[in-house]
Design a protein around this ligand. Structure first.
Ligand code: PEP
Ligand code: MN
Length: 350
């Protein structure tokens, strides 16, 4: 159930309601907007309807909405304003389109430092790079593990970029958190509920990729698993879904961007690399993602894609990445959004 407080309700009225709910073991999440407060109520109690009637009669309450099958915490009913996830001043979900870029996998020091420097110089704010890789074949490169995380930390120190990297196992959570600024939950783990609950208990942004056979509903409910545990710093990532198309690795479902913005307050970024599987399609789809309102992009870049240990076929060279940044700046301009692209003036950012 969701309780919408009146615009001028008092703190005392709010406290009274929260105490009443908590006294009978309901969990309460507050969303304090500019104009009004909304209370998200979660609980398995059978007498919810009676409680709803009681709350409706209380002072300061505008309305109570029952939600049976829905997005209690991720939905716009709970929080009408868009959420902005702030990573030390880098704001995902605001007017700037934030670009995350880097190799599919961290391979060695030279590769990660070269890539990090190149993407930073082209305007990326966050470095991507996998140390634990969910590969389709057990015989493919599985990632460098902690050594890879240490190399990411070195790249962060040298470039000032923030780090996003994938967490695959609950056992690694403390270690990965030690290095990462954002945890990535990959498509294959979107419905790994124990992992989702575990990242729900930490205080760090989580980027939840869409499972490749998942509906929007399943994806938002997966985000609910994280938020229900208390971590509300969730970023969604559209990375393409499986369809009958065989010319691309996945079908990049860009309609999910405006749909998510309609249903949810969470920010959504787009991954045109996994979404297409072909480097030549990455820049056009990055342009399209910005055009349909994406809050950010995550893009694979490698200094020598032909030698990459994973996903070289969909990786941009630093030069192509620079070009992509330039092109998305132009699209962002039209929409009065911003992209940080050094040397190019985009709505006030140089
Ligand atoms: C990745 O980002 O490297 C990755 C494995 O992505 P996904 O989980 O979307 O396949
Ligand atoms: Mn990859």
């Amino acid at each position: 159930m969701i309780i919408v407080m009146k615009t001028h309700s008092s703190q005392q009225q709010l406290d009274h309601i929260v105490n009443k709910l908590e006294s009978v073991d309901f969990k309460v999440h507050l969303s304090q907007g500019v104009h009004r407060t909304i209370i998200g109520v979660i609980g398995e109690k059978k007498d919810k309807e009676t409680m709803k009637m009681k709350i409706e009669a209380m002072d300061g309450v505008e309305k109570v909405i029952s939600i049976l099958d829905s997005y209690k915490l991720t939905g716009r009913d709970f929080k009408p304003e868009r959420s902005v996830i702030d990573i030390d001043g880098i704001k995902i979900g605001g007017e700037e389109v934030i670009v995350m870029a880097g190799p599919c996998s961290v391979e060695n020091e030279e590769q990660i430092i070269k890539t990090a420097t190149a993407v930073r110089d082209a305007g990326a704010k966050i470095l991507r790079g996998g140390a634990y890789k969910p590969r389709t074949s057990p015989y493919s490169f599985q990632g460098l593990g902690e050594k890879g995380l240490k190399l990411m930390a070195l790249a962060k120190q040298k470039t000032g970029l923030k780090i996003i990297t994938e967490l695959m196992n609950i056992e690694d959570i403390d270690m990965v958190c030690h290095y990462a600024d954002i945890l990535q939950i990959g498509a294959r783990n979107m419905q790994n509920y124990s992992l989702l609950k575990a990242v729900g208990k930490i205080n760090k942004p989580v980027m939840l990729k869409r499972g490749f056979a998942s509906t929007i509903k399943e994806w938002l409910l997966a985000a609910e698993y994280i938020m229900k545990e208390g971590n509300h710093q969730v970023i969604l990532c559209e990375r393409g879904i499986r369809t009958f198309g065989e010319k691309t690795r996945n079908t990049l479902d860009l309609s999910s961007v405006p749909l998510i913005h309609k249903l949810s307050h969470l920010p959504i970024v787009v991954d045109p690399s996994h979404g297409t599987g072909k480097w030549k399609l990455v820049t056009p789809m990055a342009r399209a993602a910005v055009a349909c309102g994406a809050d950010g992009l995550i893009v694979e870049v490698h200094p020598q894609p032909e030698d990459a240990l994973s996903d070289g076929q969909q990786s941009l060279t630093p030069k192509n990445f620079q070009n992509m940044m330039y092109e998305i700046t132009k699209i962002a301009d039209v929409l009065e959004r911003k992209v940080y692209c050094p040397g190019v003036v985009s709505n006030g950012i140089i």
